[in-house]
Write a protein that binds this ligand. Structure first.
Ligand code: NAD
Ligand code: MG
Length: 385
């Protein structure tokens, strides 16, 4: 019986993880659940899965949560509460699915406690890749990717992790793949949230529309698989059937295919190195008929190149890229800026950043703070490039 702590259980990945647990009760048991502020759903989940611990990040919701929940479940709150839930002794595996840099500290602490990690929260590796991979090696912790592209690469390299010439990350291209730049500048929040193939949380859906998501995934891949950025290529594949590929030195390309359903990579991360049956639809290639590929267009989707540039610049630039992007995406979702301003804001913040060494999680948070504040200042002043 694998005991799982789900961080971000009320989100898109969290709910799909609980779906898998619900269908495999002989194999999995929930040990902890955490959420930001949705106490109603957290309570429902706690009643169903009876974890040892639940934690809510929003401290103001603690009393109400405590009143509603069975007395034999431990109720915690705040960042400390989430960390405690992520590190408790009874947990074997932590499914890290908080959105944004808020996922970093709990994941980092879980690694230090030697917990196995199923990683959906890509921001953890984007902002602290070197520190995280070093800690994981030190504590002999396996980080199993949940992000569909990285799960695909991980599956492709199971037979041969050497002799890799290139990692090819696929991208759907998002809702604006066929739109002109002019049309993209006029995109509304509803347009940007209308992803053609995947149903995900709002932040990653906007990141998928700007292609920043793919940029973050390039950084994530660099750390997970230990390859330099010139060996990571992005390929637009609108059908989202090939989830990514690995090209070997002899020219052979190995791909992983499946329907676009996050339950596949989530389940593989939970059952690895084994595979178990899934309920539901399977891929029928004769129904898909054709698989197509395009080069990404850096002019209409400049965020992807921005992420490559940040990676080139160094680790602190990646922290800045992520922090400014979180603020910019939030502002767009609150209808304060245009869709194309997301790039302009992140670009401007990166322009003002001087690279520095990132040697601790504390450094990451200091740089992240600087980036968020710089972005908020630009939003106030306007006039970003
Ligand atoms: P979501 O917005 O649907 O859910 C986010 C979860 O995090 C919620 O449970 C929320 O309560 C919690 N949360 C938010 N802010 C928090 C905070 N400050 N402290 C503690 N908890 C907080 O997001 P999602 O789409 O499920 O994505 C989660 C992560 O997985 C992201 O990093 C995303 O990039 C990654 N991911 C998601 C998908 C997908 O299909 N949704 C695919 C690949 C990777
Ligand atoms: Mg992905």
């Amino acid at each position: 019986m694998l005991k799982i702590a789900v961080l971000g259980s009320t989100g898109s990945i969290g709910k799909q993880t609980l779906d898998i647990v619900r269908n495999n009760q002989n194999h999995f048991k929930i040990s902890a659940l955490t959420a930001n502020s949705n106490i109603q759903l957290l309570c429902e989940q706690a009643k169903e899965f009876k974890p040892e611990t639940i934690a809510i990040a929003d401290i103001s919701k603690y009393r109400q949560l405590k009143r509603t929940i069975d007395s034999d479940i431990r109720v915690l709150s705040g960042v400390e509460g989430i960390i405690e839930a992520a590190t408790q002794d009874s947990t074997d595996l932590v499914l890290s699915a908080i959105v944004g840099i808020a996922g970093l500290e709990p994941t980092y602490n879980a690694i230090k406690k030697g917990k196995r990690i199923a990683l959906a929260n890509k921001e953890t590796l984007v902002t602290a890749g070197s520190i995280i991979m070093t800690e994981a090696a030190k504590h002999n912790v396996q980080i199993i990717p949940v992000d569909s592209e990285h799960s695909a690469v991980f599956q492709c390299i199971q037979n041969d992790g050497n002799n890799i010439d290139k990692i090819i990350l696929t991208a759907s291209g998002g809702p604006f793949r066929t739109k002109t730049y002019d049309e993209i500048t006029k995109a509304t929040v509803a347009d940007a949230l209308n992803h053609p193939n995947w149903c995900m949380g709002k932040k990653i859906t906007i990141d998928s529309a700007t292609l920043m998501n793919k940029g973050l995934e390039v950084i994530e891949a660099k750390w997970l698989f230990g390859v330099s950025s010139d060996k990571i290529e992005v390929c637009i594949h609108p059908q989202s059937i090939i989830h990514s590929m690995v090209e070997y030195v002899d020219g052979s390309i190995i791909a992983q295919l499946g329907i676009p359903d996050m339950r596949l990579p989530i389940q593989y991360a939970l059952t690895y190195p084994h595979r178990t049956k899934v309920t539901g639809t399977k891929l029928k290639l004769s129904e898909v008929k054709k698989l197509t590929f395009e080069k990404p267009d850096n002019k209409r989707f400049p965020c992807l190149k921005l992420a490559y540039d940040a990676l080139q610049q160094g680790e602190s630039a990646c922290v800045v890229l992520n922090g400014a992007n979180e603020i910019a995406v939030n502002s767009f979702l609150q209808r304060k800026i245009k869709f194309t301003d997301i790039y302009r804001l992140v670009y401007s913040v990166l322009e003002d950043h001087n690279s520095m060494v990132v040697s601790s999680i504390n450094d990451v948070f200091l740089i992240d703070d600087w980036s968020r504040n710089a972005c908020k200042e630009l939003l106030k002043k306007g006039g970003y490039n």
